[in-house]
Design a protein around this ligand. Sequence first.
Ligand SMILES: [Mg+2]
Length: 274
Amino acid sequence: MDANTLQTIANQRRADAVTMIHRANTGHTGGAMSSLDILTTLYYDVLSVRPEEPLWPERDRFLLSKGHSVEGYLAVLADRGFFAKAELATYSMAGSRLIGHPNNQTPGVELCTGALGHGLPVGVGMAIAAKRTQRAYRTFVLMGDGEQAEGSVWEAAMAAANYRLDNLYAIIDRNGLQISGTTEEVMELEGFAAKWQAFGWDVTELDGNDPAALQQYFHTPRPEGKPHCVIAHTVKGKGLPFAENRKEWHHKVPTAEQLQAAYAALGVKGVQWA
Ligand SMILES: [Mg+2]
C-alpha cells in the first residue's frame, strides 16, 4: 500500500477515535492520535493477520502495551474487519466489550493491557514460544515513552537480548509527553537509544508519524540474533491543532466544536458509524 493511502487511512481512524472519545465523554486523545500512523502502517501494510480468523496460529502478534491509547486501536481493528464498525458506537458504554482499555474479549486483541509495563514481558514470552515451536510469526509491542519508567520494561529488555529474540519488535511512541509533563521533567529518558543499545538491542530512530518511514523500516531485513527497538518520534495529539504537544490532552475530551475542528483538520467529513 502506498504511503499516501496509509496517511489518509490514519486520519480517518483519527476521526473515528476522536468521535468515540467525544461520544463517551472519556478517553485518551493525545496518545491515540500520536500512535495512529504506527498502528495503521502495521495493520494495513506489515502484520500478517486474518481478521476473519483472529486466532490463526501463524498470525503476527501485536500488543498495545500503552493500553490507554485504545480508541485508535479499536478503530483500526474494526476497519480491518475484526468486528463490526457499528460497535465503535458502544465504546465505554455500559455492557460493551469495548471498554476504556484493550480487552481480550474483543476479536484481534491479544492481551488485556493498561497497567503499564506488562506488554513487553508478555511479548518476550510470545517470541520465545515462536522460537521453541519453530513458528515464523513475529511479535510487536507498542509502548509509551512515559511507560519506560516501569522497571518491568527493562527486565523484559534484558531477557529479550539474552534469548536472542530477533523475532521481537519493541516500538516506543516517543511523543515526549506523559500524563503530568514532559518525559524529561518527570523521569529523564535520554540518552534513550544508547540505553536500549546497552541492553543488547538493534535500535533505530525514525519519524513515527510518517508511514513511508515506518514502511521502509519494517520492510527492510534487520540484523539477526538481536531484538529490534524502534524509537518512533511522534507528536502527542497529532492531527488536532488544539491538542498537539499539550499535556492536558493526555485525557481531555473534545467538545462538539472541537470535534468539527478535528474533522476539518483531518480532511474528513465525519464518520459513517456514529
Ligand atoms: Mg508519551
